[in-house]
Design a protein. Sequence first.
Length: 185
Amino acid sequence: MATPTLPFVPASSCQVLFSVEQIRERVIAIGKQISEDYKGESIVLVGVLKGAAIFLADLARAIEVDNTFDFVAVSSYGKGKTSSGAVKLIKDLDVPIEGKHVIVVEDILDTGLTLSYLRKLMLQHKPASLKIATCLDKPERRLVPIEADYVCFKIPNRFVIGYGMDYAEKYRNVADIRLFPEDKV
Ligand SMILES: O=P(O)(O)OC[C@H]1O[C@H](OP(=O)(O)OP(=O)(O)O)[C@H](O)[C@@H]1O
Ligand code: HPA
């Protein structure tokens, strides 16, 4: 028997948590903060595919200090909304980060498993410094102790979509950030 597929939930039926304007304001503020913190330095932004691609694109343009970017890819959530707990590296860095000021850029810090795995991995490359920037932080869900240095918004324990964040690979293109209905997963 074929596996039943859930009906598609249109993004328009999901409640807006943060509007395009609210996101823009916070990204600009974080970009400004980073520009002050790294005045006179060069930084490497390391985006975590795929979710962070859109936040990184906006953040990089809000940062005034010299910056380059690279991407890594890890996976733990697969097609669903719950983490399998096992983080796998799918794509490594393309450029060396030894001796560089690195900021890992994430769309969301949830259980912390992804970022604590990545932090260890990045530290093995001996960067001059390592910080974390995340668009969203869901502190109630944390399973391992890790905090971000730059956070656009702290959110409650609800599954969100949009601005790069997916449910089963969909909704990444939604321009704002929305709550995914709890009864639809
Ligand atoms: O703090 P955690 O519980 O580890 O969750 C955060 C991670 O989960 C999502 O990635 P996902 O594996 O869904 O891949 P994606 O970026 O391609 O959506 C998100 O983009 C973060 O990387
Ligand atoms: O709330 C979420 N939405 C999308 N992806 C995620 N990865 C961890 N938490 C989330």
